[in-house]
Every structure is written in structure tokens, then in C-alpha cells.
Write a protein that binds this ligand. Structure first.
Ligand code: AMP
Ligand code: ZN
Length: 113
């Protein structure tokens, strides 16, 4: 979608530090991390938000990519997945945050993603 920053990352128009990519999913580093590991998992298809998901869209590729990364990074013992919505969502392209490792500060990470 035009003017969507995550679509531009998917298209390769905007740069990102990619961690994982397949036909359906792109995972890249958050430009403003609040934890040692702070990745964004998003579908290549533009979907605006969690509330726009319906039966025509499968979350399974995002789930499987995330499981793979959790295993590769060996963070099974402590990780967070965060979906922001409504006023807490700043980029209107579906994504969840994968957070792990040392937090950048001691505040509640749920208020900082
Ligand atoms: P939210 O929509 O609130 O779930 O969060 C969007 C996240 O995207 C924020 O944590 C930003 O730091 C991050 N972000 C915004 N632009 C970029 C970018 N160009 N590359 C990587 N991360 C980004
Ligand atoms: Zn988009």
C-alpha cells in the first residue's frame, strides 16, 4: 500500500535490518528498540490492524516464523509478543513485537513498545 512504511520495507524501497523472510512474512529489527532483542514480525500483505484479520488471512506463517526465531535465538525461557492496537498502534500495518533479553530500562515494556 502506498505511503505505508512497512510496505516500503517489504518492497525494499525503505531499508531495514532483516532477520527473517519468506513468501508471506518479514521480520526486522525495531529502529527504536526497548529490549536487547526487539523485532517486528509482519505479513508482506498489507493489513491494517489486528481487528482487520478475517478468515481470508492466516496468522500461521507469522506464528511459524516467530517460533523459528525464538528457537534460533534460544530465548524460549523469556520472550514477549505484543500487538498494539487503537491509539497504541503507530504503524497501521499489522505486526507484533517480539521482545527478549535485557530491557533497555526498568520500566514496564508494555508501555514502551
Ligand atoms: P506500534 O505500531 O506502536 O506497534 O509500533 C511500531 C514500531 O515500529 C515502533 O516500535 C517503531 O519503533 C517501529 N518502527 C517505525 N518505523 C520503523 C522502521 N522504519 N524500521 C524499523 N522499525 C520501525
Ligand atoms: Zn503496509
Amino acid at each position: 500500500m502506498k505511503d505505508c512504511i512497512f510496505c516500503k520495507i517489504v518492497e525494499g524501497v525503505n531499508p531495514a535490518k532483516k532477520v527473517y523472510e519468506d513468501d508471506d512474512v518479514l521480520v526486522f529489527e525495531n529502529i527504536n528498540p526497548v529490549a536487547e532483542i526487539h523485532l517486528l514480525v509482519c505479513p508482506k500483505k498489507h493489513i491494517e490492524s489486528f481487528l482487520k484479520i478475517d478468515e481470508s488471512f492466516s496468522l500461521t506463517p507469522m506464528v511459524e516464523a516467530t517460533q523459528k526465531i525464538i528457537s534460533e535465538k534460544n530465548i524460549q525461557e523469556g520472550y514477549k509478543l505484543v500487538f498494539n492496537g487503537g491509539k497504541y498502534q503507530t504503524v497501521p500495518h499489522l505486526h507484533w513485537h517480539l521482545l527478549a533479553g535485557k530491557l533497555e530500562d526498568n520500566e514496564d515494556v508494555l508501555n514502551k513498545t
